[in-house]
Every structure is written in structure tokens, then in C-alpha cells.
Design a protein around this ligand. Structure first.
Ligand code: NAD
Length: 436
């Protein structure tokens, strides 16, 4: 398979060779390579194949939703623009502020969006003239390798150098550590939980960290409750709640809570009322040590319902239940299609609960409201990288909204939705007493 090497050393060596060739190419040529990637991956059901492979290999998520996520990564990850330059002109001459590639980037990718992250990172990183060595999640190795091989195939078909995107066969933590510390790797990008993000931040290299979230959604008394119910189910159930930005707890203002819950059940959410069953569900999702039960990450709602002895005759997307604001399912990032609902007496209390349950990740928050003051209060208090109003959370990455897509949402290091400019370093070209 193209781009897959036996060892990390060999992957770095190949990426270094191709970097030299890439440095002689113009931005227009690179943009043509990216165009070829987009076309190649959209052809011949390749997205469907990647999506099905991911579900089969990881046992997580829904193939039809992964098709939407992969399509988004392919079509809406932006390329570099040659116009992204600033100039300072005056009596003393001219200074041009431009961007240069970092070189070889080590990119660590998650199990939850395996091919999506690889495609999105590749487009952004190549676009700025870098090459990449990927460290995929070991339990998403096959689908990640397939994505990397196809990216190389598309690139070579368009006349690009070989091995712009590489990886190695033995995916282990030791090999990731090797990539992190290797002097030929000039930048690190980690998309995953806090452990790997902290590790790259301690590397002493330029690093981008895109870490966990626990996004709350608030609904107030002015919201369109039919739309809110639909949007929340769609957002929270996307790929069985695997996306880091998916709604993970709902805080509803008391006066509309009953109606909202009624609307959500009408839209197909399963409302769990029995206290014993809620307790049982909590024990399935969170272990006695307070850790997420990884066996159930990304499983569909029907799997949880079957565990509880409940049969439904439709494809249920989301389980909902009411609980207290301190319930562990409210405060823990589960990545499961289970949405706890907390009642608040008014918008102030709702925003306060939302802030505390988000847990200081400052990642994503959502509100359904028509009151601009309430929206603004929540926006100001939450201070999240992504803030969505009156839409499903995924509108925050360009799905059904304006803007662009990113599967590396770097709240920790502040790049926000990463794009090609995140993977380029600034430089100044100074001409004194010329062109003035
Ligand atoms: P994870 O942290 O378990 O793994 C992510 C990657 O890091 C994998 O490749 C894994 O092999 C590697 N890794 C983890 N710990 C490591 C260590 N100590 N040393 C070396 N490598 C290590 O996360 P995951 O289960 O793959 O993905 C889910 C998590 O990622 C969730 O917390 C989710 O919120 C987060 N995430 C964030 C974003 C974002 O853009 N902010 C996007 C996707 C996922």
C-alpha cells in the first residue's frame, strides 16, 4: 500500500525525500494535487468503503453518518490561498508578511473520526507545503492505512511526489513517542484525549492540541421547541455521539422542559423514566472506578436498550433521561448516544449548569433561543471554541452551515478549527529602499 512503511524511521525518511520535491512546487500545483484528492476520494464509492471499514474495525459509530462526515472532510476542508499575505509599504521600502511550511508534521489521530481526521489534516498540511507522518489509533489501523494509501494514489495520479503522506506498520505508543521526539519532525498535531495532547505539548516542539469536550446544549422558553428537539437529536446522535463537539448534556428551562421532552420522544428519542433502569444504564456506561466503559463507546442506542431488556421496533437514535446536574453522565464525556436532561429554574441557572458541566474544556456549547440577550450571555460565559445557536452542534464544523470543516478543533492551543494557516509559520520578507 502506498505510503505505508515498515518502521517509523522509514516513514520519516520517505516524508523527508518528498518534502524536498514538494518545496519546488508552486501553490497552484499544490492546489491541483488537493483537487485530485477530493475527486479521487469522492469517486467509486471510496467514502462508503472507508465509512464501512471504520465501523467494522472499531465497532463504533454508524456507517451512514461516517459517510456524511467523510464527505464533509473531503469537500469543505479549505486549501491555502496565495492571497493570504500582508504587505507594509512606505518610504522605507516594502515588507511582505508570508507563510512557510514547518516541514514534516507528526499527526496523531483518534479512533472516533479515523479517516475524516487523516483526510482533513492532509488537505490542510499539504496545502501549506508540509508532508505528514501519521500515527493513527491502533484500533483504527486498517481504515487509516486505506485512507493514507488512497491519498497517495490520488496525489501521484495528479503528478505530485510520492509519499507526501506516510505512516508505519507497527502502531504502538513507543513508535508514537519516537515520532514525537525525532528531530526531523518539526511540528506535532494531536487530535485525541488529554493524555496525548499533554504529551505533545511537553515535547518542546511547535504543537497543536485538539482535545476532549463535553458540550452542553441549553434550551430556553423562547426557543422553537419542535426544531430544538429535532436539532438536538440529530446533533447528539451523529455517529452515535462520537464527535467531540456533539451535544452531551441538555439543560432545559423548567417552563418548557416537559414540552421539549415530549417533542423529543415524538421525534424518536427513547425516554427512560424508571430510576432503576437509569441506574443500570449509568453502570453500563461508567465503570465502578468512574471511567468510561470503552466497550460501549460509539455503540448505537439499541445496544443499550437491549442491555436494559427493552425492545423497540424502530431504529432509535438517542436515549434521554432526566437527572440532577451532578449526575456522572452529565459531567463525563461518554461518546455514547445517551443524553441526560437537567432542569433549570431560569436561563441564569441553565447557563451556570452548562458552564460547570462543560468541565473547563472550553470546546463547544449550543443554545436554542430567540432571545438575543440570553444567547449573548451564554456566549460570553461559556467562552467555547465553537458556539452554535438554533442548530445541531455539527453546524459548528460547517455541516449545514457556512464556514469550513475541521476535524481537529484546537481549543487547547487556540487555533480553533484548524486549517492550512494553522500549519504554516509566519515570515517577513523585507526590502529596504526598494519598491517604495
Ligand atoms: P485517545 O486519546 O485515546 O487517542 C488519540 C490518539 O492518541 C490515538 O492515536 C492514540 O493511539 C494516541 N495516544 C493516546 N494516548 C497516548 C499516549 N499516552 N502516548 C502515545 N499515544 C497516545 O482518543 P480517542 O479515543 O482516539 O478519541 C476520542 C477522544 O478524542 C475524545 O476525548 C474526543 O473528545 C477527542 N477528540 C477531540 C477532537 C478535537 O478536534 N478536539 C477530535 C476528535 C476527538
Amino acid at each position: 500500500m502506498k505510503g505505508i512503511f515498515t518502521t517509523p524511521e522509514a516513514a520519516i525518511f520517505a516524508a523527508n525525500q518528498s518534502l524536498k520535491e514538494l518545496s519546488c512546487k508552486s501553490q497552484s500545483e499544490i492546489n491541483l494535487y488537493i483537487k485530485s484528492i477530493r475527486k479521487f476520494l469522492l469517486d467509486n464509492d471510496r467514502i462508503k468503503t472507508l465509512s464501512q471499514m471504520a465501523v467494522e474495525e472499531t465497532g463504533m459509530g454508524r456507517a451512514e453518518h461516517k459517510i456524511a462526515k467523510n464527505t464533509l472532510a473531503i469537500t469543505k476542508t479549505p486549501t491555502n490561498k496565495t492571497t493570504d499575505q500582508h504587505s507594509y509599504v512606505g518610504d522605507l521600502g516594502i515588507t511582505l508578511e508570508g507563510k512557510k511550511p514547518y516541514g514534516i508534521i507528526g499527526a496523531i489521530t483518534p479512533i472516533t473520526n479515523p479517516s475524516e481526521t487523516i483526510i482533513c489534516n492532509t488537505i490542510g498540511m499539504l496545502s501549506s507545503g508540509n508532508t505528514v507522518v501519521f500515527c493513527p489509533h491502533p484500533n483504527a489501523k486498517k481504515v487509516s492505512f486505506q485512507a493514507i494509501a488512497w491519498l497517495n494514489e490520488a496525489l501521484v495520479q495528479s503528478g505530485a511526489p510520492e509519499n507526501l503522506v506516510t505512516t508505519y506498520e507497527e502502531i504502538t505508543m513507543e513508535n508514537t513517542d519516537y515520532i514525537i521526539s525525532n528531530p526531523s519532525i518539526s511540528m506535532l498535531v494531536a487530535t485525541g484525549g488529554p493524555a496525548i495532547v499533554n504529551k505533545v505539548l511537553k515535547s518542546g516542539k511547535k504543537a497543536i492540541g485538539a482535545s476532549a469536550g463535553n458540550p452542553p446544549v441549553v434550551v430556553d422558553e423562547t426557543a422553537d421547541l419542535n426544531k430544538a428537539a429535532r436539532d438536538i437529536i440529530n446533533g447528539a446522535s451523529l455517529d452515535n455521539n462520537l464527535p467531540c463537539l456533539a451535544e452531551k448534556e441538555l439543560i432545559a428551562v423548567e417552563s418548557i422542559a416537559d414540552q421539549l421532552i415530549f417533542n423529543m420522544t415524538n421525534e424518536g428519542a427513547y425516554l427512560l423514566r424508571d430510576k432503576k433502569l437509569i441506574e443500570q444504564l449509568t453502570k453500563i456506561a461508567i465503570t465502578e472506578e468512574g471511567k468510561i466503559n470503552t466497550k460501549f463507546v460509539g455503540k448505537s442506542a439499541s445496544v443499550f436498550l437491549t442491555e436494559l431488556g427493552i425492545e423497540v421496533d424502530y431504529d432509535c437514535l438517542l436515549i434521554i433521561f432526566e437527572c440532577d446536574k451532578s449526575h456522572p453522565i452529565v459531567t463525563t464525556e461518554l461518546l455514547m448516544p445517551i443524553l441526560p436532561i437537567v432542569r433549570a429554574k431560569d436561563i441564569s441557572e441553565a447557563i451556570d449548569i452548562a458552564f460547570k458541566s462543560e468541565g473547563g474544556n472550553f470546546h463547544t456549547s449550543v443554545i436554542h433561543s430567540k432571545n438575543i440577550d440570553n444567547i449573548n450571555r451564554m456566549f460570553t460565559k461559556m467562552n467555547t471554541t465553537i458556539f452554535v445557536q438554533n442548530a445541531p452542534s455539527y453546524a459548528g464544523i460547517g455541516l449545514g452551515s457556512e464556514g469550513y470543516a475541521s476535524f481537529t478543533i484546537a481549543g487547547v492551543t487556540g487555533e480553533g478549527l484548524t486549517n492550512s494557516t494553522s500549519f504554516a509559520k509566519k515570515n517577513h520578507k523585507v526590502l529596504v529602499e526598494s519598491f517604495a
